[in-house]
Design a protein. Sequence first.
Length: 284
Amino acid sequence: MLSMEHLIHDGALLADRVAVVTGGGGGIGAATAHLFARHGAQVVIADVDAGLAQRTADEITTSGGSAVPYIADVRDADQVDEFARWVLDRFGRVDVLVNNVGHWLHHPGSFVDTDPQQWDELYRINLHHVFLVTRAFLPAMIGRHRGAIVNVSSVEGLRGYPEDPVYAAFKAAVIQFTRSLAVQVGGDGVRVNAIGPDVTETLQVPYSQWLSPDEQAQWPQWVPVGRMGVPEDQASVILFLASDLSAFVTGHTIPTDGGTGAAGGWFRSSRRAGREWTNRPIAP
Ligand SMILES: NC(=O)c1ccc[n+]([C@@H]2O[C@H](COP(=O)([O-])OP(=O)(O)OC[C@H]3O[C@@H](n4cnc5c(N)ncnc54)[C@H](O)[C@@H]3O)[C@@H](O)[C@H]2O)c1
């Protein structure tokens, strides 16, 4: 294991580690792939979008890092098994796995209007692949008594999400899978943690396009740290959980939300003289 001094001063938190990032072509996954490579990892970018995977890998290699794209739909068990064989044949090991793929898919309205096919789609894009990809790589980690898995859940797995209880249920399941697997494999040298992002501009939540300039000026009211998140905000916490800096941390989910979880229903407000906060926003 690297010494803490080395970790802090050399900036190479993942030197010589092989790191798989699912959904590494865009958004949080791409930022994670970039940051991992800057910290010395050999990054494998698994993405269903060939163009995104290639572009992110090219950006990394152009700037001196190590990255290879691999085209796979992580919802497909055969593709996942083939992917794992490819990684292990090529690199001989895997040190870090980031299960980053996930999507809200649609805003279904009322739960009573949803159907089993929609539930199944949400299950496959948010939870099933976490099982598939983890099962595919975990034996190699256990075999070397070394590995770090980081699952990307959501703030919606930590709080009530009225827009889609089914999505929230699967994201909460990622957190419970993280916790339980961490206990199971803790003695095998494998750590398992998660993050719970909120309000981070990416391909699937393009706030800059969704919000008018007036609305964007409201970020300080909505988020305690005063701004929306960017993918790098998530990537840095994923790096922490993937590296030896968190060697004594397992089974946890870090809310990466700019403080929205801590705030609960509290918002900054300028509507009441002498009172900076309200839990009763007049025009939410
Ligand atoms: N952005 C946020 O504010 C936010 C909030 C909560 C949770 N999350 C979670 O963060 C994770 C990353 O989301 P993002 O916002 O960066 O998304 P994104 O849409 O920007 O990126 C997702 C990436 O995954 C790839 N992908 C999609 N389906 C795939 C599949 N079946 N197989 C392989 N690759 C696939 C896409 O091509 C894309 O490159 C997700 O699990 C999401 O639920 C994000």
